[in-house]
Structure formats: C-alpha cells, structure tokens
Write a protein that binds this ligand. Structure first.
Ligand SMILES: Nc1ncnc2c1ncn2[C@@H]1O[C@H](COP(=O)(O)OP(=O)(O)OP(=O)(O)O)[C@@H](O)[C@H]1O
Ligand SMILES: [Mg+2]
Length: 457
C-alpha cells in the first residue's frame, strides 16, 4: 500500500475517455489512480510503481490485458488484476480469471459495481501484504533464535535430538558423515546447548597440517623444542579450557598423533611438544570425520582404542540424498540468508528448478546445495531463480547416473567419492582450484584426497 494508505491503482485502457472518467471516479473514492494508455507502457511501469491493484482493458493494440496479467503476476504474485472486457473478449477474460485474474467486469460497467470490486481488491491486497510480512517476521525470528539446524526429515530430526540429549553432558562425541553434511554445524550446536556455552569453541582441521605442526597446535610446545619455537606456546586443548574443542577430520591423523590423542583422552592431560610435565585439561571434545573409521581400522589406518574413546556418543549424519524432504527447507533458509546479507527481497525458485534441485544426488551434500544457490542468487536479477542459472551438472543430471550406476555394485563410500571427485575434476578441465570450489572443499583437502587415490598432481 502506498505511504498515505491510499491504494495505488494502475489503470490501463487505450480509450482516453474511459481513462479520464476512471481517474475521477477512483480519486473521489480515495484511491490513487495512475493512468497508462497502452499495455506496453503499463508493463514497464509495474516494477517501478508497485501498484496495489491493476485495472486493465482486455483488448488493446500491441499488448493485451491478458499479457498484462501475466507480466504483473511474474513481478508481484500478490497484486490483484481486474480485467475490463467487452462482449467480444468475454471468453478470454473468463479464461484469465482461471489463470489468476482477480475479477472481470463487463463494459459498460456501473460506477457502484466498479467501486465495489475495487474495494474488495484493496482488502484482498491488504490481507496479502499483512500476511506476508507476518510470515517474514516469523521466519526471521525463527532464524535468529533458530540455532536449531534446518531440517524436518525423520533422519535429520533424529540426529538433532540426539545432539540435544548429549549436549549438556561431558561425553566425547564422534560425528561421522560425508563431506558437507553439516558436521561442523552439529558440533557448534552441541557446544551452544552445552553447559560450556559461555566458554570458547575452538576447532582444528587435522587434515590440513603436517604432523609436527598439528601436534604443536594441539598440545603446544616449549621454547627451543624445534627450530622456530622461540617461546612457549600453549596448545588448543588448553586454550579451549572451559569450552569445546572440535577435532575435524580426525581420520586424517597419523598413527603417531593418534597415540598422543589417545593419551590425552585417557588421562585428560596434555604434554606440550618438548615438555616433560603434563598439563591437565578442561575441554569437552567433539571429533568429526568423513571417512568410515571402522573401515579405516580394518585397513590399519586408524587405532581402534582411540576410536572407542572418541565414539562414546556416535552421531551419523545422513547424506542429503537420503533426506530429500529437507531440500525445500534448506533452499528457503539459504535464500532468506542471501536476501538478508545482500539486503534484497527474498528470491524464490521456479517449480522446474525446484524439481531439479530436489532430484539431484548432491554428492557434496548441503554445502554443494548452498554453493549452487549462492551462485544462482548472484546470476538472477529478478525475483525467480530458474533452471538456466543452476550449475550444469545439476541440469544435465549426469551426476545421478554416475552415482547410481556405481551404487549397483555396492561400492564403498570412498569409491563413490573417488568417482565423483575425478568426474568433477574432469568436467572442470583438470583445474584443481575450480574443482575444489565445486566440491566445496579446501584445495589442500583435494590434493590430499587425490594423492590418496593415487592420482598424480
Ligand atoms: N542443517 C543445516 N542447516 C543450515 N545450514 C547447514 C545445515 N547443514 C549444513 N549447512 C551448511 O552447509 C555447509 C556445510 O556444513 P558443514 O561445514 O557443517 O559440513 P561438514 O560435514 O563439516 O563438511 P566437511 O566434511 O566438508 O567439513 C555449511 O556452510 C553449513 O552452514
Ligand atoms: Mg567440516
């Protein structure tokens, strides 16, 4: 509604006589009329004017009233459109009502009849607008208070509830899940709901650092313990005192580091690199991995005693393709977030785009969805995100057969991961930085994975 509370009515007719009489009628009744003598001119005005009601003749040269209707609805689905029709165009006006026109009125019309319809349209508009801002307010509040990670599927809610149950305890938690399933999101959520919430949440990616550096970060070091150790430095285990320490990609640690971690868990104390005295720690540990640790144990890549110490509470995050019901909610969440950060109106996805997004296999899980939407938002200037701005691998649906074909032979997760990574790498022309970006992982993680697969750099 326009600032002064008078509904703005865009009136479109190619007959100036009708325009003029409507102008007077509407004005006297407390509306703000804006006149357009052709459909083409009117369509251009809609975006800028944002009328509360559109009143349009059906038959006009160049652009018809029915075309005005579809142009208006594309820009603002909540604007009521009233069509004025002569006997000759009655059929198409009736048809237009089926397609979303608010009402049609036959020419010649009586003034009281016209005003009654306009008042109804204004009321309809007011309710729509009110409803919308109410809805927006609710979702905004849910989002800001809403620390609860998005998702309503049974599989996801089960995980979230378990996280809520264990959060206030001191138990060590091991979160397992494919890349991008929300392991860090859950780890932070546990911290937030824990009694340590006022303490720090510190994290480290165990896969990103070479062994010696990682150990010095984890446990600290004393001055002179190695070249470059110019003074004592405390480790993250001690820095996270009173809070939570998130050990990400714990499956990437070397056997030597694993022994030291085991010791920390057994004795609740750390020995800084080069030190002889142990320091007690007061830190809640949450670890995560996208590797199948049970499998890694079988192959000798992970210590089973460390696994059992970590796996006191086990959280298995389901991949996105096993909880597709959550996809519309996640889309909504990411689009609202994008709108808020970009200070723009919230965009929507077209039904066709939604269908593709919901049927894609999402090997990169929520992160891949998030990246696809971020890109789509940037590429879409209008209010509706359509298929054309989705990444090619989604629109071509090539990833899905790739995964399902492989799945028929029951390969390990790692085999699927390998196949997908190589496929993305290939479709990005061998460019590892771009491939890492598409996969939503750090380039260093990609290099490491490639070398694990035995692929030459
Ligand atoms: N349920 C959720 N609600 C909202 N955002 C989510 C949700 N799950 C994941 N995300 C978003 O998806 C992205 C990936 O999540 P996160 O970093 O927690 O995954 P991850 O499992 O740790 O991935 P990786 O194994 O690659 O480290 C993040 O940007 C996160 O904000
Ligand atoms: Mg992570």
């Amino acid at each position: 509604m326009s600032g002064d509370g008078k509904p703005t009515v865009l009136v479109i007719d190619d007959e100036t006589g009708i325009l003029e009489s409507l102008r007077i009628l509407l004005k006297n009744e407390g509306f703000t009329p804006v006149l357009a003598s052709g459909g083409k001119q009117a369509v251009e005005q809609i975006a800028e004017l944002r009328p509360d009601i559109i009143l349009s003749d059906v038959r006009m040269p160049s652009v018809s009233g029915v075309q005005v209707l579809s142009a208006a609805r594309a820009q603002d689905p909540d604007v009521p459109v009233i069509l004025m029709t002569a006997q000759a165009t009655l059929q198409s006006a009736m048809q237009a009502v089926n397609e979303g026109a608010f009402y049609y009125i036959q020419k010649p019309f009586r003034n009281d009849e016209m005003l009654a319809i306009l008042h109804r349209a204004a009321e309809h508009r007011r309710l729509r607008v009110e409803n919308k801002s109410l809805r927006q307010e609710i979702t905004r509040r849910e989002r800001t208070a809403g620390t609860r990670p998005v998702g309503s599927s049974k599989a996801w809610v089960g995980v979230v509830q378990l996280a809520e149950t264990v959060a206030p305890t001191e138990s060590t938690v091991l979160i397992q899940g494919e890349s991008g399933t929300g392991k860090e999101v859950i780890a932070r959520y546990i911290h937030q709901l824990s009694l340590r919430t006022d303490g720090p949440f510190l994290s480290i990616n165990c896969g990103a650092l070479p062994e010696s550096l990682l150990e010095s970060e984890l446990f600290g070091h004393v001055k002179g313990s190695f070249t470059g150790a110019v003074k004592d430095k405390s480790g993250l285990f001690t820095a996270a005192a009173g809070g939570t320490f998130f050990l990400d990609e714990i499956g990437e640690t070397t056997p030597a580091t694993q022994v030291k971690l085991l010791r920390v868990l057994q004795h609740r104390e750390v020995i800084p690199v080069g030190a002889t005295e142990a320091i007690p720690i007061d830190t809640r540990l949450v670890a995560a991995t996208n590797r199948d640790l049970e499998e890694a144990i079988k192959q000798g890549g992970f210590r089973s005693d460390l696994f059992y110490r970590l796996n006191v509470i086990a959280l298995h995050l389901p991949p996105l393709r096993e909880r597709r019901d959550d996809i519309p909610l996640l889309i909504d969440w990411f689009l609202h977030r994008a709108a808020e950060t970009r200070n723009e109106p919230v965009k929507q996805v077209s039904p066709a785009a939604l269908e593709l997004l919901q049927s894609f296999a999402w090997p990169g899980n929520v992160r891949e969805l998030e990246n696809a939407l971020e890109r789509a938002v940037i590429l879409t200037s209008g209010p509706v995100i359509d298929v054309a701005v989705l990444p090619e691998r989604i629109t071509q649906r090539r990833a899905e057969p790739l995964i399902t074909e492989q799945a028929r032979t029951n390969p390990t997760l790692e085999a699927i991961e390998r196949a997908y990574i190589l496929w993305v790498l290939q479709s990005e022309g061998g460019n590892k930085t771009r491939a890492a970006d598409v996969l939503g992982i750090d380039p260093s993680t990609l290099y490491r994975k490639l070398s694990r697969f035995g692929v030459e750099a």
